[in-house]
Write a protein that binds this ligand. Sequence first.
Ligand SMILES: O=C(O)c1ccccc1N[C@@H]1O[C@H](COP(=O)(O)O)[C@@H](O)[C@H]1O
Length: 213
Amino acid sequence: MRTEVKICGLSTPETIDAAVDAGATHVGLVHYEKSPRHVDLEQAAKLRRRVPETVKVVLVVVGLQPEPLTRAWEVIRPDVIQFHGGETPEWMKLVRQHLPVETWRSVGLRSAETLDNSRKFIGAANRLLFDAPAKALPGGNGVSFRWDILDGWEPYMPWILAGGLTADNVAEAIRTTGAPMVDASSGLEDEPGVKNIGKIRDFVAAIRTSAPA
Ligand SMILES: O=C(O)c1ccccc1N[C@@H]1O[C@H](COP(=O)(O)O)[C@@H](O)[C@H]1O
């Protein structure tokens, strides 16, 4: 199956267009003020309108309270909300009941035990997004986790590989883990928050030319 690709932390029309043209299946907008990739609601809504229907828009949030989350959904109308903080399964289930949106949950993978704990998101998340454990930011740190934690894992729900992916390591990452979807952000930048269009193109090309796992 064709590997799905999300390019995250986009904040300009040019980089949105570059990700779409390169063949990304998903584009990510980070709505989190502490991030160098933060976009406010107005910017995010404008960027969202550039994205064709064939590409899904993912809104990344961290511990956003109910009212601002609903407001963000109303203004941006993302296809997916990616919860990247300490959001509980119960809270995510409530969101799914009230908003017509897919929910994804990040899990910082430290060990096989953290992998097993992610079962609690069955029924709350449509997909799990495996990233390195939080550092300065909850995500977007450009750090990979030990992919061997996934050795022998039998996926019980759709999942995504994230954390420190670049054009140089993504083919190996897919080969090693069998990831059906990959997600990259800071590895495609010249400096925090500034995406490089060439790096976006090279990243997607590295996936499309790599042999399937
Ligand atoms: O990108 C951010 O600034 C960010 C902030 C808060 C939560 C998540 C964030 N990004 C997500 O982190 C992962 C990994 O990113 P990277 O490739 O290692 O930079 C990815 O899912 C981003 O969507």
